[in-house]
Design a protein around this ligand. Structure first.
Ligand SMILES: [Zn+2]
Length: 230
């Protein structure tokens, strides 16, 4: 075998080795890319908000919930779907005897509230559900502010009627809030006061008595009682 011949065959061997390396590397590379893409899609999907169809529970932590939805013919119920980002806590400010959750449901259904509305009213023994959670209501006073209380919040009104037991109402509202956080995949930081969205002292007695941290603590405790689905 001459000098040139041997060099020629050496080059062929080298080329063959390179091809073999590619033949192994390319499928591995493709496999890695496919697995990585699959992982990225899985992670992104797991961070998508849960499907936010409104729920209509009949009871929450033992508190009866009455669903009395406002008709869409009322201006108080625009019927617009939205993304749920907050639970917005209010107080009715109505201390009159009998102005409990049932009373506020009747008030909303009468149409006398005009274009004011909210999703739930809570008193010392029951809850009324007025508007589907996945629809806008007009309770936060911030009109159509992007990411605002009206467009993204579930409005919860606590009754302050003088013939009611506010401590129980306070506790019931914390249970409802915990349930809503769990249902819609929200965090404790997503529990807001009406005052976070406009200059109004609401929820008034909670604010005046510095009880907001206590409210959040209760929500946190009740949320921890809800069994995880995982
Ligand atoms: Zn309010």
């Amino acid at each position: 075998m001459g000098y040139w011949e041997s060099e020629y065959s050496m080059q062929t061997d080298l080329r063959g080795a390179a091809w073999r390396r590619w033949a192994i590397a390319v499928p591995i590379l493709v496999f890695v890319v496919v697995v990585a893409a699959f992982l990225v899609v899985t992670v992104v999907n797991s961070h998508q908000p849960e499907p936010q169809e409104s729920v209509y529970p009949e009871e929450i932590f033992g508190i009866p919930v009455h669903t009395e939805l406002l008709p869409e013919t009322l201006p108080a119920r625009p019927g617009e779907r939205r993304t749920i980002k907050y639970v917005v806590i209010h107080e009715t400010g109505n201390t009159a005897e009998g102005s409990d959750a049932a009373g506020h449901s009747a008030y909303l259904l009468s149409g006398k509230s005009g274009d004011t509305s909210w999703h739930y009213t809570v008193d010392d023994h029951q809850i009324y559900h007025h508007i589907p959670d996945d629809e806008i209501a007009w309770h936060a006073g911030d009109r159509r502010t992007r990411d605002g209380g009206n467009l993204c919040g579930i409005g919860v009104e606590l009754c302050v009627n003088e013939d009611g037991d506010f401590e129980k109402t306070f506790d019931n509202a914390a249970r409802l809030t915990a349930y809503l956080l769990d249902t819609y995949g929200l965090q404790l930081g997503d529990v807001k006061q009406h005052a976070d969205f406009m200059d109004k002292n609401c929820p008034q007695t909670i604010r005046d008595n510095n009880r907001w941290p206590e409210f959040l603590e209760k929500v946190h405790e009740y949320k921890n009682l809800i069994p995880s689905e995982e």
